[in-house]
Structure formats: structure tokens, C-alpha cells
Design a protein around this ligand. Structure first.
Ligand code: NDP
Ligand code: 8X3
Length: 254
């Protein structure tokens, strides 16, 4: 396989759009998420559209043993990723912290923090050995500005930002680059996941806003990936024109 990107969460939203964008730049792909059927559909579509090779792994990043199995298999049979795009993540609920379900707290921490940390730990030694590559992590404006009902989600995304800053220091003597992408509100299935499948409540988040689309973020990720060796983009914050900080948006009346 030629240069490839390993992408968690490539079956939906920003991860899927980024998979397409990076394939458009000629990268082969290794894509990982929990839903095997969706992975196979994405593989079929992208291989047909973009003429690159796509390898799939069913992976729940909350399970360290699965991360070890997938990383070992990938390193042995596919190779060392040039790009590691840690996209898999989610919010669950939008209630005051005292009312937040314990299982939602654990799912956000286990996915957004522990999963991302361990996937990175599994690939970084091989990337350092090759002395090339880019780690691109999905943070969020939520990690910069807390908002009501999202203390845990915001904290997980703040962790992604400081984790990225920390590993950038640890790899300073190598040619590896580390980037945190911090989007504001992007119209994807994210809100449907947050509201446990409540489509109407999810739709309302984006009503009255010309919201960012997954492709907008994917274009930025492809731009970050495309820079010359000397250029490391450490952070990118991207918001819709109608968003100012965290959850502060100006909604157009119907
Ligand atoms: P989506 O819900 O559309 O996509 C989430 C992806 O993550 C899916 O492919 C899902 O696949 C995968 N995923 C979720 N849990 C796991 C898990 N435990 N193991 C492996 N894969 C998992 O959301 P978005 O595309 O909107 O979000 C992608 C990232 O961008 C997240 O980290 C999110 O926090 C961040 N973000 C999103 C913003 C937004 O407004 N949409 C803004 C800022 C950041 P499957 O269910 O099959 O596992
Ligand atoms: C997702 C963006 O503003 O809904 O990270 O938290 S927001």
C-alpha cells in the first residue's frame, strides 16, 4: 500500500467526508468504526469513486484489546499510517451535570479521551520509527468554550487539545506533525447521537443557521495534510459565520 490514512469514525459525518477528501488527494485508507456494514459500504463507494485501496476494521475504541488487535494487524499487514486521523467521538445528552446519566459520562470519556489516547499510543512508535507522518485529532470549540449541559463533552474536547499539545512536545525531535481541528457546530448525525435518536430535537440544533457541513471540515483536514514538510498547523478553529463562541449562535427567524 502507498501512503495511507488510518481514520477512526470514517463511516459518518466529518470522518466520512475526510476519508473522501483524503482519498481525493490519492491516499489509500484504513477505516475503523463499530458498524461493520457501514464500513463495507464506505469501502465499496470510495474504492469505486476514488480508485484508492480501502481496508476496514471493526473497532470499538472503548476496548483497549480491540485497539491492540487492530493496530497490530494494520502495522503487520498494511503498514504504518502516514496520517492518523482520530475522529471517532460523540456527545451524549445535554443536561445539567447533576442530571447526566453515568453511562453517558463514561461513554464520552471512554470514547473521546481514552480511545483517542490509546489509538495514538498504538501507532505512534511505528510512526516515530519511520520518522514521518501526521496526527490529526478532532477537538471542538467545545474544548475552548464550555456551554450549558455539556460539561463532560467540553472537558473531553479540552483534553484532546492539551493531549495534542503535549505529544507535539514529545515528538519535537521527529518529523511528525500534530494538529487539533476544532470545529463549531457542524451539521452531521452528531446531534441525533447526542439526543439518543431524537431526530426532531437534533434537527432543531441546525434550524436557522447556515451550519458548517462535514465537507467544510474535511477540506480543512485535506489542506492541513497537504502542507510542505516544514509546515505544521498546530490548531484550526472553524465556525459557521453565525456562530461566535461555544454555543452562541445567531438564528435567522423563519
Ligand atoms: P458522527 O456521529 O456523524 O460520526 C461519528 C463517527 O464516530 C461514526 O463513524 C461512528 O461510527 C464513530 N464512533 C463513535 N463511537 C465509536 C467507538 N466507540 N469506536 C469507534 N468508532 C466510533 O459525528 P461527527 O462526524 O459530527 O463527529 C466526528 C468527530 O468530530 C467527533 O469526535 C466529534 O466530537 C467531533 N466534532 C463534531 C462536531 C459537530 O458539530 N458535528 C463539531 C466539533 C467536533 P460507529 O457508530 O459505527 O462506531
Ligand atoms: C460539537 C460542536 O458546539 O455542538 O463538538 O459542541 S458543539
Amino acid at each position: 500500500m502507498s501512503r495511507f490514512a488510518f481514520i477512526t469514525g470514517a463511516t459518518s459525518g466529518i470522518g466520512l467526508a475526510s476519508a473522501r477528501a483524503l482519498a481525493g488527494k490519492g491516499y489509500d485508507l484504513v477505516i475503523a468504526a463499530r458498524n461493520g456494514e457501514k464500513l463495507e459500504q464506505v469501502k465499496k463507494d470510495i474504492e469505486k469513486e476514488k480508485k484508492v485501496k480501502v481496508t476496514t476494521y471493526e473497532l470499538d475504541v472503548r476496548r483497549p484489546e480491540e485497539i491492540h488487535r487492530v493496530a497490530e494487524d494494520c502495522l503487520k499487514n498494511v503498514g504504518t499510517p502516514y496520517i492518523l486521523l482520530n475522529d471517532a467521538g460523540l456527545a451524549r445528552g445535554l443536561e445539567p451535570y447533576g442530571e447526566t446519566a453515568e453511562e453517558d459520562i463514561l461513554q464520552m470519556v471512554d470514547t473521546n479521551i481514552k480511545g483517542l489516547f490509546l489509538v495514538t499510543r498504538a501507532f505512534l512508535p511505528a510512526m516515530l520509527e519511520k520518522n514521518e507522518g501526521q496526527i490529526i485529532n478532532l477537538g471542538s470549540t467545545a474544548g475552548l468554550y464550555a456551554y450549558a449541559g455539556a460539561a463532560v463533552y467540553c472537558a473531553t474536547k479540552a483534553a484532546v487539545k492539551t493531549f495534542s499539545d503535549g505529544i507535539r512536545i514529545d515528538v519535537i525531535d521527529s518529523d511528525i506533525k500534530v494538529t487539533t481541528i476544532q470545529p463549531g457546530i457542524v451539521e452531521t448525525p452528531f446531534s441525533e447521537v447526542r439526543f439518543h435518536g431524537d431526530k426532531k430535537r437534533a434537527r432543531a440544533v441546525y434550524e436557522g443557521i447556515d451550519a458548517l457541513q462535514a465537507e467544510d471540515i474535511a477540506n480543512v483536514i485535506a489542506f492541513v495534510a497537504d502542507q510542505p514538510k516544514r509546515v505544521q498547523i498546530s490548531d484550526v478553529v472553524i465556525m459557521a459565520n453565525q456562530q461566535a463562541t461555544g454555543f452562541m449562535v445567531s438564528k435567522k427567524k423563519k
